[in-house]
Ligand binder design. Structure first.
Ligand code: FE
Length: 341
């Protein structure tokens, strides 16, 4: 006996193009994102327009999403995890959440040092030194090493040492100079603190402008954000500060990244690769970088960002991003030892 619903259901399936026997992947991508900017809607909307693939976006804090991925395990619906900071991406790698992606597009477009074993960088940000123009000369703070020099005693402000941005900077110093020198540097920075670490990078910049400290460390996009702000208070802050690309005569300024990887249990693996390749396309690169005043990972893509243009070109450290994760635990241990909290 025929079920009364069977015929209409089959018609509906036929009309939607769906079939029970087709092996092709469903036209959907499940994205776990710990990176949220205003331009995201456009960025993801373009992907859907180009491919017909709908994006289900789950947004959350990095730690929440990592925990969720871990507890979902093999049952996770997530295809791609996208987040900021090499240390966090490395944490996902260490948890075994990612699967490596083989893609000639990604290999040809994203420079080798911005690709880790199983995740890819899509934009870069620099960790810069910000100084008070009225009390500090730029040549006094040309290098990260200067932050540890006794000449800056009582003058340095930074956010917490356990924050991933500082851990990644420290990881790069360990990678370049070894643990001993890195520890001496960290000790010197702590000895130069104007106050115990608190707040985010923007708070450090504002503290420099307010005269609470003379020198601070910040990610470049926080500086750019203030430079592009219309608020009178922010303009005053920008007037008082100078910005340095550290280590130009050595390895270059420490670079951190935003990035993404395909998840090991991704139900839509082909789609995940397609999405990662889309993120490396010219248009997506522009959106991705400009949404947070960052630089595209693809070198040929140029952004017309007035603040970044004003900050000018610089030599960036080309240390492979995977090493930042490799030395993250050591960086934390040293910071604990020297009391960089
Ligand atoms: Fe940030």
């Amino acid at each position: 006996m025929k079920h009364p619903l069977a015929a209409p259901l089959l018609v509906a399936l036929a009309m939607s193009g769906a079939s029970v026997t087709v092996h092709a992947e469903e036209k959907v991508l499940n994205l776990y994102s710990a990176r949220h900017y205003q331009t995201d809607e456009q960025l993801y909307g373009e992907f859907t327009k180009k491919t017909g693939i709908r994006i289900n976006r789950i947004e959350g804090k990095e730690e929440e999403l990592l925990e969720r991925l871990r507890s979902e395990g093999a049952n996770s619906p997530a295809d791609v995890f996208i987040t900021v900071d090499a240390a966090r991406l490395s944490a996902a790698h260490e948890l075994g959440l990612f699967a490596p992606v083989k893609s000639r597009i990604l290999e040809s477009r994203i420079p080798a040092h911005l690709r880790a074993e199983d995740w890819i960088s899509f934009s870069t940000r620099a960790r810069v030194i910000v100084y008070a123009k009225d009390t500090v000369k730029p040549e006094e703070v040309a290098n990260y090493a200067d932050l540890a020099d006794p000449k800056l005693k009582g003058k340095v402000c930074t956010r917490s040492g356990s924050h991933p941005y500082n851990l990644s900077l420290m990881a790069s110093i360990i990678a370049h100079q070894g643990e001993q020198q890195a520890e001496a540097w960290a000790r010197g920075v702590v000895a130069n603190f104007a106050r115990a670490p608190k707040g985010g990078d923007t708070d450090q910049i504002k503290a420099v402008a307010a005269g609470e400290c003379a020198v601070a460390i910040s990610n470049s996009y926080y500086v750019a954000r203030l430079m592009r702000s219309d608020k009178a208070d922010d303009k005053k802050v920008v007037d008082k500060i100078g910005v340095i690309w550290p280590d130009q005569k050595a390895n270059g300024t420490h670079i951190n990244v935003s990035g993404a990887g395909m998840l090991k249990h991704a139900p839509h693996k082909e789609t995940a690769v397609k999405f990662l390749e889309y993120l490396a396309s010219d248009d997506a690169q522009r959106f991705f970088a400009d949404g947070n005043n960052e630089w595209p990972a693809v070198p040929s893509v140029k952004v017309a960002n007035p603040a970044l243009q004003k900050l000018g070109p610089f030599k960036a450290d080309t240390l492979p991003v995977g090493s930042l994760g490799m030395y993250r635990a050591k960086a934390q241990m040293i910071f604990d030892r020297v009391g960089y909290r």
